[in-house]
Design a protein around this ligand. Structure first.
Ligand code: SF4
Length: 396
């Protein structure tokens, strides 16, 4: 078995390999394999796996990719991730991708799908509408049709017919993946010093660019290490980070939050990999329906979901309580409408509930976080000085 440090170093390389080398190798190993890129937040990767493909996350270039051409496509008051994804495409770093999926989160992603179509990137470009109606017979059926479109596109490339057996096998693999990631978070809830948030980020992000079978092996090895009593606790408060579900903060910022006196015990950085809570039924003779039902009934809270009967502010408050966190850090990408429009809803609720929070904005390519670090440091100090207890939700 590998040392934990070696595993983390390999994940660091994988997660920021902007040439997607492992995916390319995987495709070349066997005829008929296809690679399909997907934007955040979430796409049911099981569908692509069952069709003989590999879903690869497109989370932008972060602070590793200089934007020259991508800026020409977007005005200044738009977030950064579409520019870096364009830059990667224009620089032919995704030339081995067969198709691209753009989940419906916001107008920026919708427009990016149009630009990809105009440029004829890949063999197909799919703007994927997710249901906002949570009735299985309406929104659920619509969602199944959307997944069938994707399977149809892939079949036109490789001729693979997806059977219920294949899909159930893929669902089981991703169930395992989600379960292993969830165990890492559960261990960190009590022992966050065993693995830094920066390490968790690299480990989970690596899973978006390699085969799920390989990622499951990595996660199993990580767990063997962190089930041991390693590391030593530091004087830090526990926080939950929310709002960074699409454009990703630079790794330096993820690290700076913990260096400034916080243990991040939950977050939504790589929300898509953790979107479904619990298992999807892997035994159904209608597996698309099982995936659809899981999205409707078992999704994590998200700014991309308007589920009026299950308000997201109370779901986030519940996470804070369950994780024993002392507060929340709202981190939104600059100009990210879904995140920034939700912020007042969360913050008004948290004022009522008595949950401490701070809020700031970031951009994926900005690597100067002195002000944010000071803000987080002051937040953590204020909790340590005046309220060194986990948040207790004031139900009054
Ligand atoms: S960062 Fe926000 S606004 Fe930008 S593409 Fe993502 S969800 Fe849309």
């Amino acid at each position: 078995m590998k040392e934990l440090k070696q595993i983390i170093n390999e994940c660091k390389v994988l997660s920021f390999d902007l040439n997607f080398t492992r995916a390319k190798q995987w495709k070349e190993e066997k005829p008929g394999r296809v690679i399909v890129g997907y934007m955040p937040i979430y796409f049911p990767r099981e569908v692509i796996h069952a069709a003989g493909g590999m879903a690869v996350g497109m989370f932008g270039g972060g602070d590793r990719k200089q934007i020259i051409k991508g800026d020409a496509y977007y005005q200044s008051y738009i977030c950064h991730i579409p520019r870096s994804v364009m830059e990667l495409a224009l620089d032919k770093q995704m030339d081995h991708f067969d198709g691209f999926i753009f989940p419906s989160i916001c107008d920026v992603i919708r427009n990016l799908s149009g630009i990809f179509k105009q440029h004829k990137f890949g063999k197909f470009v799919k703007y994927m509408d997710f249901p906002q109606n949570f009735l299985p017979q309406i929104g659920g059926v619509f969602y199944q049709q959307e997944m069938e479109h994707v399977m149809h596109y892939i079949k036109e490339i490789n001729g693979v017919e997806v059977t219920p057996e294949k899909l159930n096998n893929s669902i089981a693999l991703y169930n395992k993946n989600r379960k292993l990631i969830s165990e890492i978070y559960d261990i960190r809830q009590d022992y966050p010093w065993r693995l830094t948030m920066e390490d968790v980020y690299h480990i989970v992000r690596a899973g978006t660019v390699i085969p799920v079978e390989e990622h499951n092996e990595i996660l199993e090895q990580v767990l063997v290490h962190i089930r041991q009593n390693i590391g030593s606790p530091q004087d830090k408060v526990k926080v939950v980070v929310s709002g960074a579900f699409c454009e990703q903060p630079a790794v330096g910022l993820i690290k700076a939050i913990e260096e400034a006196g916080c243990y991040v015990v939950d977050d939504d950085y790589m929300l898509g990999s953790r979107m479904i809570l619990g298992d999807i039924d892997a035994t159904s003779n209608k597996p698309l329906e099982a995936i659809s039902n899981a999205y409707i009934k078992q999704s994590q809270y998200s700014s991309s979901i308007y589920d009026v009967s299950n308000p997201k502010e109370y779901r986030l408050a519940k996470i804070v309580e369950n994780r024993g966190a002392n507060g929340v850090i709202f981190a939104s990408a600059s100009f990210c409408d879904p995140s920034l429009l939700d912020a007042p809803i969360f913050q008004n609720a948290f004022n009522r509930l008595g949950i401490r929070y701070i809020a700031f904005q970031f951009s994926e390519n900005i690597n100067q976080f002195k002000v944010i670090k000071e803000q987080v440091g002051a937040f953590s100090d204020s909790i340590k000085l005046w309220e060194n207890e986990p948040a207790v939700i004031n139900k009054a």
